[in-house]
Design a binder for this molecule. Structure first.
Ligand code: TXA
Ligand code: MG
Length: 345
């Protein structure tokens, strides 16, 4: 059976009956969302969900997000939902937003790693929405990548890596936002941001006043600590090439620092902001986008990280952005890609 479906320019969705059937029958399907591609399975089928963990080589204690197409699906998987939680869902569903809720007993234990909670997201991407609706079940889906690698945001980046591992692939073109959803959990009416994304602290504060950033968003996790979001403790987004993240406000100091670092290596690659490209003419450069257009950077960043290893250099120097608003989502991913090897000027 042909297992690749090109939906890039399709205006209708009837072709999705094939992957929807595969999900119903216990298979796993690669599909686009507005954030990153996901590898999906019927969340209520333990055997199907197990295949996702195998395909990714994912740690057994790292739960999956359940994707729903409408609020009636929510009742199948979560319970005891508070007013604050409803308010957040009303405002941010559908979209790049995941909320950790109390789990209903019937949810497959594999997807939630036997926990008492479940991460729920309602994607706004039309293909994802139709796929879930046609499958008629919540779809458990992590980002589409082998664990530890950058998340996949376009088919050409992940085809080789995942082609043999999934039952079907839906190509929806490049993911619009490019970085995974914001993950939150409400405890005692307070919203904790466990993973930053397009929905920022400031966005959430417009709905609920009491919002706090998890202290690990830009800091390493000591393994002994009990983290609210298990995914945060694993090696993430990292190329095989050595990488370092450099960020500062003053352009001249940033250029000098990057030159200093670059001079200690034979061959370097710089993932540079558009504004600095001409200052790094003597090096290999990948333009990651303008510091004044963070959405351009989120759109490009995982693909750029995936290109690093193709350059065969001794060091890749990555320019950071101001860790505020959407910049926090970018820095949270870059700092992990560099395994906390970070120079702040
Ligand atoms: O944008 C996204 O969220 C993408 C697309 C495919 O929807 N999905 C995604 O899934 O990024 P994944 O598995 O790569 O990241 C999910 C994160 C992990 O850090 C995981 O630990 C956390 O969400 N998570 C999931 N369920 C949880 C739960 N019940 N409690 C705490 N954290 C949870
Ligand atoms: Mg992931």
């Amino acid at each position: 059976m042909e297992k690749y479906l090109d939906m890039k320019n399709k205006k209708t969705y009837e072709d999705l009956t094939i992957p929807a059937r595969i999900i119903k029958d216990g298979g796993i399907v690669l599909f686009p969302t507005e954030t990153v591609y996901g590898i999906g399975a019927n969340a209520l089928n333990d055997n199907a969900v197990k295949k996702i963990f195998e395909a990714k080589g994912r740690a057994q204690d790292n739960p999956l997000i359940l994707h729903i197409s409408d609020m009636s699906m929510l009742e199948q998987i979560a319970e005891n939902i508070s007013e604050t939680e409803y308010k957040l869902m009303e405002r941010f569903f559908p979209g790049p937003f995941t909320i950790i809720l109390n789990k209903k007993a019937n949810v497959a234990s594999v997807a939630t790693c036997n926990g008492t909670t479940v991460g729920v997201r309602m994607p706004s991407n039309k293909i994802a929405h139709e796929l879930i609706k046609m499958a008629g079940v919540p779809i458990a889906a992590p980002s589409a990548n082998i664990s530890g690698r950058p998340s996949g945001t376009k088919m050409e980046d992940i085809f080789e890596e995942l082609n043999e591992k999934v039952d079907y692939m839906i190509d929806g073109g490049e993911c619009e936002f490019g970085v995974e959803s914001t993950v939150v959990r409400v405890v005692d009416e307070k919203v904790y941001i466990l993973r930053p994304g397009k929905i920022t602290k400031e966005d959430i504060e417009k709905v609920i006043h009491n919002v706090e950033l998890d202290k690990h968003l830009l800091a390493p996790i000591n393994n002994a600590e009990n983290v609210l979001s298990p995914g945060m403790k694993y090696r993430h987004y990292a190329p095989n090439t050595k990488t370092i993240l450099v960020y500062g406000e003053d352009k001249k100091s940033v250029i000098n620092k990057i030159d200093d670092v670059a001079n200690t290596y034979n061959k370097v690659l710089i993932l540079a902001l558009s504004e600095y490209k001409k200052d790094f003419k003597k090096y290999n450069v990948i333009d990651i986008g303008s510091k004044d257009n963070l959405l351009q950077i989120t759109h490009n960043i995982f693909s750029a990280l995936r290109k690093i290893d193709k350059y065969d250099v001794d060091m890749a120097i990555i320019q950071g952005v101001k860790p505020e608003g959407i910049g926090l989502a970018i820095m949270n991913r870059l700092i992990r890609a560099c395994e906390f090897n970070y120079i702040k000027i």
